[in-house]
Write a protein that binds this ligand. Sequence first.
Ligand SMILES: [Fe+2]
Ligand SMILES: [Fe+2]
Length: 166
Amino acid sequence: MLVFDVLKAEHSHIKDLLARMEATAGRATNSRSELYDCLRHDFLSDSEAEERIFYGALSDSPEMSELVGWAREDHAIGLYLLDALGAVAPDTEEWMAAVKTLKDNVELHIDGEEGELFRRARSLLSRKDAQTMAPGRSRLPHLRTPNPPMISVPTRSEETHSSTVG
Ligand SMILES: [Fe+2]
Ligand SMILES: [Fe+2]
């Protein structure tokens, strides 16, 4: 599996979580909190893996450095918005407003990443490089999205061993 496919699958899980958060009813406090925890974990996991493995291999290229810089900034903004959402009580209208802001922001980032950034990266990375970057990640063991459509959910003990990418 190529790094592009792994990251796209991660993105689709993140987008699914955001859509599910947006679809929660006003006082679904427990499911909102659970979805938030999953999103936070999966967003950070995706961002950290990208920065360490994917962007790290691209940032030496002068034509990529600006795009990679923007993408890193997007991650920092995403984390800031996640923190802001985490500080809001889940049974309030403010919570939903914060979800929408976060969702818009993350979706825009993902569109840019899968679009221009992936397009240029595909021309710079060999197929072998793109495969090597995703060893053993085809099943995304580090994600913990509840009831994901395509992947198996890791047990608690698996999670502690697979929270890092490598
Ligand atoms: Fe990403
Ligand atoms: Fe990203």
